[in-house]
Ligand binder design. Structure first.
Ligand code: G6P
Ligand code: MN
Length: 449
């Protein structure tokens, strides 16, 4: 079987390959095809993978190409990890909003909308290529904003596209650990980066109330510390870590502003030096990758954490269980017809009654050779339904602005999206932020002028 990785020159690609070498999702992948628009990044990541393979016994063959059609043809699975506009684009997404006193973050707030506006057209063309050349392949999408992008792609690929994120599973893993359980049913629901854990059952009993009542255990892990016992008890649910940007928006914006650098700026500097040093010393590619990866993981999702006064991330959160594990678990569930339950981004059907059938949601899914089927979530608290509905309207305005209409009407739709976003304080600010994006992002200038 062939696995194609789009964005194959990206820094996180070795995580996927490493997980394959360790036998995760052992489904008989014989060939990994890396595709990227940047041949030099492919070269650098290729060196890292070669050195990983040398240390392993049997390793899937790796090839690399900048030709999308050649990469996709014959693939059983296509992973998408592209970043349209690169980290330079992320810096603009974050900085423009922050300069107007609004959250500057990769996926939440205006930054995520700008990222979506750039990404949806490119990913849609890729999905059309996959539909044409590998109609039986599964497209596993990590490209952010993952929920919005997956919804746009589902219009081309139907249920053959599945979006993934590591944060729901991360939360569930931490809750299970705090409760000393190894097998639980997690009643988690939401949109990507906008979800809640409503119950965690073991042996037929919901153990979440017990966890919420126990301050020491609740604050023994990330989300408990981020949101605090009082707020979690008020909600009666544990929010996904990304909800920090909503529930503690003022603190997050202040902390990011005071830090002086955004996450994108930090990563841009780090990655430029990584690719540069691998070019100069390819023989040390793997060692350098490991060093940089460690530095990056320790500070991962750093903005919210700094604001909450938290230090470095727990080492047990950092090691393993990231998005590559979820991607491989999904691949294994499909290829081996396993019937596993995984939290994934798929079309709603009727899982969450307050959203329509085509809305992509993030919920537990039963997964076998036929792909994922969402489980029925049922009614959710009104405040959660309200926020999800609002954000879904915003996401859809972005998709419309990215794909349809003349430059003028599309710009109106993009303005609507920004003006309706709950984290943008006024339409005046929304207009200024949008103008900033159009001015600074070449892709948006072309689309809107
Ligand atoms: C998590 C999220 C991803 C996000 C990443 C940001 O893994 O699930 O959606 O892209 O964090 O990490 P970074 O190191 O790029 O800030
Ligand atoms: Mn994510």
């Amino acid at each position: 079987m062939r696995l194609t990785v789009l964005g194959g020159g990206g820094f996180r690609v070795p995580l996927v390959y490493q997980a394959l070498l360790e036998g995760h999702g052992d489904v008989g992948i014989e060939e990994v095809v890396l595709h990227d628009v940047d041949a030099r990044r492919l070269e650098a990541i290729g060196s890292v993978l070669r050195q990983l393979a040398e240390q392993a016994g049997r390793a899937p063959r790796v090839t690399a190409t900048t030709d999308l059609e050649a990469a996709v043809l014959g693939a059983s699975f296509v992973f998408s990890a592209i970043r349209v506009g690169g980290l330079q684009g992320r810096v603009i997404d974050e900085r423009v909003a922050l300069d107007h006193g609004v959250l500057g973050q990769e996926t939440v707030g205006p930054g995520g909308l700008a990222y979506g506006l750039r990404t949806v057209p490119v990913m849609t063309r890729i999905a059309e290529t996959v539909a044409r050349l590998a109609p039986d392949a599964w497209l596993i999408n990590f490209t952010n904003p993952a929920g919005m992008v997956t919804e746009a792609l589902s219009r081309v690929l139907g249920d053959r596209v599945v979006g993934i994120c590591d944060t729901p599973q991360g939360l569930c893993r931490r809750v299970a650990r705090a409760l000393g359980e190894d097998r639980m049913w997690f009643d988690y629901f939401g949109l990507n980066h906008l979800g809640w854990l409503r119950s965690a059952r073991a042996r037929g009993r919901d153990r979440l109330p017990e966890l919420l009542a126990d301050e020491a255990r609740l604050t023994s892990f990330e989300e408990g510390r981020l949101f605090g016992v009082r707020w979690i008890r008020a909600l009666g649910m544990i929010p996904n870590e990304y909800l920090y940007y909503y529930y503690n928006n003022a603190e997050a914006v202040r902390a990011i502003s005071e830090a002086g650098t955004t996450r994108g700026e930090f990563l841009l500097a780090q990655q430029e030096s990584f690719y540069e040093s691998v070019r100069a010393h390819p023989e040390h590619a793997l060692a350098e990758w490991r060093r940089v990866r460690h530095e990056r993981d320790r500070t991962y999702l750093g903005e919210g954490r700094t604001a909450a006064g938290l230090g470095e991330r727990d080492s047990c959160d950092v090691e393993g269980g990231g998005y590559e594990e979820i991607a491989l678990a999904l691949m294994a569930a499909i290829a081996q017809d396993r019937g596993d339950v995984l939290i994934l981004n798929v079309r709603n059907r009727s899982a969450i009654p307050s959203l329509d059938a085509d809305a992509v949601v993030e919920v537990p899914c039963y997964v076998d050779a036929n792909g994922p089927v969402p489980v029925a979530v049922g009614e959710v608290p009104q405040y959660a339904a309200g926020l999800m509905n609002q954000l879904k309207a915003v996401e859809r305005a972005v998709i419309d602005a990215a794909l349809t209409g003349s430059p003028d009407t599309a710009l109106d739709t993009a303005f609507l999206a920004l003006g309706l976003h709950p984290l943008v304080p006024s339409t005046v600010t929304a207009g200024k932020i949008l103008d900033g994006y159009v001015e600074q992002h070449p892709q948006l200038r072309t689309r809107f002028t």
